[in-house]
Structures are given as C-alpha cells and as structure tokens.
Design a binder for this molecule. Structure first.
Ligand SMILES: [Zn+2]
Length: 245
C-alpha cells in the first residue's frame, strides 16, 4: 500500500504500534481513511439511496445521489450529495455524507467520510425470548436521534431478520447485526437523518456498560480493595472501642 501517513496516529498504525480497539478506547480521532483500510479487514461499502425522481407510472424511483439547485446570477448551480456506509459485517460500521459537483466524486468523498466515522458496534443476544448468548442482535433497546428523526432499535430473537426499511438494512447488515426490531418517528422521509439516527443509536450503546465489557480483573480488583479496607477497619474499630472505654 502506497500510504505515507500524515498524522501521528497514522504513523503508529503504519508501524503496527496501535490496534483499532486501542484507538477507540483512547478516544483518538481518525483523520486518515487509510487507517481504517489497514486496521479493518474485509471492509465493504454501500451507498444509501437518498435521491429520488418521479418514476414512470407514478411513485418515486430511488437514486444514489440527491441533486440540489442553488440560484446564481448565471443560472442554476447544481450540487449532488451522497450518503455512504462502510462496515466489516463484524462489529464495525461508519456512515458519511458528502457533496460535490459530480456523482462519482460525491460518492467517493462520502465513503472516505464514512471510514473516518467508523465505530465499534456492541452485539449480543439481548432478547429475553431467545437468550442464546450469541452475538446476532444487540444487548439492549437503544435510541438515536438526528434532526427530527428518532429511531429505537430493539433486540430480536434469532431468525427474525432485520425488521427495518431497506436502506437502513444496509447499515445494520454492515454492522454485523442479523436480527433486530425497530421503530421510528419524526420526518423519516428524510433518509439522511434516518440513517444518522440509526448510526447514533449504535453509537449510544458505546457509552453503556454491559456485563461482557468487564474483564474478571475489573471485578477482582475492587473486591480485593474492599477486603483490604475492611481488614484495616477491624483494627480501627478495636482501637476506637478502646478509646471509648
Ligand atoms: Zn439469541
């Protein structure tokens, strides 16, 4: 790969000094898409269809990009925007939006932006009807917002599939989730906000702690410390008692 890193983090990645998990836990910002190319094997991308033109015989024909016009002295100026999702189908996903004068350029920029927005996705079997302990769904019910759109994602039992609209399926599938239930309200015709609301819901799970996030050491250490404190206190109590007599 002909990549000359421009950032310190990029250099660390190129030298194999840092893992993706370490980047996420340290909260370091990824500013080069090559970091993601290098650290996330099997990364795929998809375009979320955000455009639409009236199709033959009524209805809307969905298109990858949305064209917006802006008035200018010399006439209309058009710009196209695109929304992309990247993921490895195994617990990592990102989405990004970009604008340009040309379709292809807008799509490429959106993919780069999606890579820079990559996040880890917590997966589990949070369904009380299933309780299989595998990672086919999400651990808990979670909510995400973007603009006026609010999306709620809920754990579903194995075999239910992705109960969410087709464009949203692209995000959930690339995140590596196989079964999910969803609800949404607000202006969900806004595909961009809808997609970002889903992304934000997945992101919100990262600020929650689940049993699988604790290593045995996390539990042992506080217990050991508590025991030490209790043993110390025993001595203190005896001394205090003596003082009282
Ligand atoms: Zn299950």
């Amino acid at each position: 790969m002909d990549w000359i890193p421009k950032t310190k983090l990029g250099q660390q990645v190129a030298n194999g000094e840092i893992t993706l998990d370490e980047i996420f836990t340290s909260g370091k910002k990824i500013k080069e898409p090559e970091i993601v190319d290098k650290l996330v094997p099997g990364l795929q991308s998809e375009i979320i269809l955000i455009g639409g033109s009236p199709g033959k015989g009524g209805g809307i024909k969905r298109t990858p990009t949305r064209r917006t016009a802006r008035m200018h002295r010399s006439g209309r100026r058009y710009r196209v925007s695109a929304l992309a999702v990247v993921g490895d189908g195994n617990g990592h996903v990102g989405i990004g939006k970009a604008q340009s004068l040309e379709n292809r350029d807008a799509i490429n920029k959106a993919i780069v932006s999606a890579k820079l927005n990559i996040i880890p996705v917590k997966r589990a079997c949070g369904s009380w009807e299933c309780v299989c302990g595998e990672t086919h769904s999400i651990p808990v019910k979670v909510e995400g917002k973007a603009g006026s759109v609010r999306v709620v994602l809920m754990p579903a039992p194995k075999g239910i599939g992705l109960c969410i609209n087709d464009e949203a399926k692209k995000i959930i599938r690339l995140a590596g989730i196989k079964d999910i239930w969803s609800m949404s309200d607000g202006e969900s015709r806004s595909r961009v906000n809808y997609a970002f609301a889903i992304y934000n819901a997945l992101k919100n799970m990262n600020s929650m702690k689940f049993p699988q996030d604790y290593s045995p050491d996390d539990v042992r250490k506080p217990v050991a410390e508590a025991v030490e404190v209790l043993l110390d206190e025993d001595v203190d109590i005896e001394e205090e008692n003596k003082g009282e007599e």
